[in-house]
Design a protein around this ligand. Structure first.
Ligand code: ZN
Ligand code: ZN
Length: 244
């Protein structure tokens, strides 16, 4: 295409940010400076739960909360933090509540790149498993964002995705109760589907959009380990901030 024509097209139809639809200068990638994945907030984080931790702790040492009461998952990878000012909030609100299922693909691609830096024991024959959505939520949203994310990561990384977990009883939606009651609330809430036999001896990455207390993810990890998974890690778009 001649340069003049492409400049004219850009003026008429400027490329827009995928998330906020802000017009972008010509030849830009499809994300504005606020919604790009790079650089996202990164300080020292706990290898187990990805919560910010004291910079004085060695990299391999878990945060105080995980040392006191380790969750059943052994590793957490996140794109960034989730709070009112964080760019990822717009992504997650769009994906969860804005009907923007198309945002799962770019998020999944970015999550997949995090996996690439993991050691072999976490990558070889790894399986991606979404945290199952509450059926009522699925009904009101029309899609399951964790499943869309897990599939997007799987596609990007050439790994299998399996909805190995199911909700087996009604739980009160998370959000109001404190961490203790959250744990009691999710105990026994998940079970394995019959085809979950393929879990055996494989590393499993549980996929979800936001990690809050970790109670749900920990319970899912417990069920997956009982089902034979070699190890369970957590792959999330964002982690809600926790005081350290
Ligand atoms: Zn934007
Ligand atoms: Zn931790």
């Amino acid at each position: 295409m001649p340069a003049a024509l492409s400049a004219l097209l850009d003026a008429l139809y400027p490329p827009r940010c995928l998330v906020c639809t802000q017009a972008l200068p010509s030849m830009q990638p499809s994300l504005c400076s606020r919604h790009g994945f790079d650089p996202l907030e990164q300080g020292p984080v706990c290898p187990r739960c990805a919560a910010p931790k004291s910079p004085h702790l060695p990299a391999a040492v878990a945060c105080a909360a995980c040392r006191k009461k380790p969750p059943r998952f052994q590793r957490t990878l996140k794109l960034g933090g989730y709070h009112s000012a964080a760019p990822l909030r717009d992504w997650i609100l769009g994906l969860k509540h804005g009907g923007r299922r198309d945002l799962a693909a770019p998020l999944g691609a970015a999550l997949g790149r995090l996996l690439e830096a993991e050691p072999q024991e976490w990558r070889d024959s790894a399986l991606l498993v979404p945290v199952p959505l509450h059926p009522l939520r699925r009904l009101e949203r029309g899609y399951d964002q964790a499943l869309l994310l897990a599939r997007a990561v799987a596609r990007e990384q050439g790994l299998p995705c399996l909805a190995a977990l199911k909700r087996q009883r009604h739980t009160v939606p998370q959000g109001s109760p404190g961490p203790g009651s959250r744990l009691a609330n999710v105990q026994g809430a998940f079970g394995l589907r019959r085809r979950a036999r393929v879990l055996r001896d494989r590393p499993v990455w549980l996929v979800d959009d936001v990690l809050t207390t970790g109670a749900t993810a920990s319970e899912c990890a417990r069920v997956l380990m009982r089902g034979g998974a070699a190890r369970v890690g957590l792959l999330v778009v964002a982690r809600a901030s926790r005081r350290v």
